[in-house]
Design a protein around this ligand. Sequence first.
Ligand SMILES: [Zn+2]
Length: 240
Amino acid sequence: MVFSPPTILRDIVSPEIACKIIIKISTRARRLRLRVEPAWDCIVLVRPRAASDKAVTSFVAKNKDWILDRLNTLPARVPFSEGAVIPFEGNDHVIAIRPASKARVWREGKTICVTSHTGHLHLHVENWLKQEARKRISALVGEMATKFGFGLIRITMKDMRTRWGSCTQDGRLSFSWRLILAPPFVLKYVAAHETAHLMHANHSPAFKRAKLELLKPYSVDPGIARLWLSRYGAGLYRFG
Ligand SMILES: [Zn+2]
């Protein structure tokens, strides 16, 4: 990551906006690209190594309204704290402190309860969400991988910035723990996508057929899941 030298953008956007644009020089990108980075309240501009300063400034000038609009409409941040309302499997839940109990964090209906005798509430809530995400995704991937005749699949939970899941060449799957905040059909969609990569390390028609096959028992419409992620996915980074 390279922070944008304000000199490049100073004449196009105000200094307050310029400092919210991070320029990432990429050896792989072919064209200039913008994306919102909700975790950092900023916009990332992906710049191919060959792109000139002039190309960058005219690209930013052309997209100025889009940049301003995205920065102004970032949803409010919701830290994990007492009384905060956060989504869990797509439904709003309130975080509440309960009298001391054996468990640190547990769920009662639409309440995420945290025992009163623990400090660092935010860490405990985040760890609990990661555990819940791991439980559900492990079970799903297990069910799906069995279809392909695979045995136990190791999964890792991460806080990824640019994708929801990944699959290494040696068949290890990683997922964003934030998927537990999204409705279950979204989590199923991402689980099927990565599991299908165990068979096909690409996005070929054969991969897509495998993914659809995996999704069939769950009645998940992949188009709706993709739409959900593109519309609301960024918002999941505002929690915690
Ligand atoms: Zn993929």
